[in-house]
Write a protein that binds this ligand. Structure first.
Ligand SMILES: Cc1cc2nc3c(=O)[nH]c(=O)nc-3n(C[C@H](O)[C@H](O)[C@H](O)COP(=O)(O)OP(=O)(O)OC[C@H]3O[C@@H](n4cnc5c(N)ncnc54)[C@H](O)[C@@H]3O)c2cc1C
Length: 279
């Protein structure tokens, strides 16, 4: 049960949503955009989130687009994880999100909500960080477009009132050889101890992680260590883990030491899958 009252709005255009946001913010309602609602409702139920109004984005057709336009895949922010997993316009993204939560929650969770949320894992962002994906954001000051890799630094850098509208990924990136690995404590559908997604571009492997630290990330430095072909793979992995850019999580799912062990194995598996055993 949610212990406070809030207004519910469902605009049919981006312009109306932004206008509403400004009006409600001006009236002190601390409005929030609402996509699948899974995080908003979970946090409101346990008293970790309070708002006077939600602006449901589901009635905005532009946010539900999911198709190629020429050489660019356009994914609207409101596209659900189920749709991405079933239609697989971007196989790495589809295979990464198919094990997030259970089927009925995946029917609600949106790619935009997953990326914009505050939950630690945000697994949907990993394939997008590995590709030349651009995000289109619209807010009270207009529309901007930038590489997601620049906009996402642990969290998506949204200005007040800004909406993540769509994600644009070049077809050539969607077709890169890939691997995605989720290691959980027990069940296949569970929070990840380690989630890794990787793509191969020529001899280079790009890799992004979730579940290992407080925030999902891709680090050029870690990638350079892992791709240093002058050293054996095990040594590179050890070096990468020693230089990890944030503390490795130590929680109820697993100790930091255990996570590092799982991470080591996941990286070995990823290299074997992409390079067929040749380091
Ligand atoms: C049982 C369960 C298990 C889960 N397990 C995992 C897991 O293992 N890994 C994982 O990655 N996720 C997992 N999730 C999903 C995650 O916890 C969030 O619930 C989900 O990603 C939120 O997506 P949503 O579409 O419901 O967003 P909402 O709850 O609607 O919104 C989340 C946040 O994003 C903002 N927002 C949404 N859309 C936009 C937009 N277009 N522009 C600007 N801001 C926006 C909202 O204002 C809000 O702050 C799980 C969820 C559940 C219920």
């Amino acid at each position: 049960m949610i212990s406070f009252d809030f207004e519910y709005w469902r605009p049919e255009s981006i312009a109306d949503a932004i206008q509403l946001y400004q009006k409600l913010a001006g009236a002190g309602k601390q409005p929030m955009y609402y996509a699948g609602g899974t995080e908003i409702i979970s946090l409101a139920r346990i008293g970790q989130l309070r708002t006077g109004a939600v602006i449901d984005l589901k009635g905005i057709p532009e946010l539900n687009v999911c198709q190629f336009y020429g050489e660019v895949l356009v994914i609207g922010a409101n596209v659900t994880l189920t749709r991405l997993a079933e239609a697989r316009p971007f196989p790495l993204l589809g295979d990464t999100v198919r094990h997030i939560a259970d089927h009925s929650n995946r029917n609600k969770i949106t790619v935009g909500g997953n990326i914009c949320g505050r939950f630690v894992y945000r697994e949907a962002v990993l394939p997008l960080l590995l590709t030349d994906t651009h995000a289109v954001l619209t807010g009270p000051s207009g529309t901007r477009q930038a590489p997601l890799f620049q906009l996402f630094n642990g969290t998506l850098n949204l200005l007040p009132g800004e909406i993540l509208v769509r994600l644009l990924t070049p077809r050539r990136d969607v077709e890169l050889p890939y691997v995605t690995i989720k290691k959980t404590k027990l069940e296949e559908i569970d929070y990840p101890l380690v989630r890794l997604a990787a793509v191969q571009t020529g001899p280079w492997i790009r890799v992004a992680f979730s579940g290992v630290s407080e925030e999902p990330f891709r680090s050029r430095e870690i990638e350079a260590v892992l791709n240093n072909a002058s050293l054996p793979l095990d040594v590179r992995i050890e070096q990468a883990i020693r230089r990890w850019p944030a503390p490795i999580l130590d929680d109820i799912l697993g100790s930091a030491e255990y996570r590092a062990f799982v991470l080591h194995n996941a990286l070995q598996d990823a290299w074997a899958a992409l390079k067929g055993g040749s380091a």
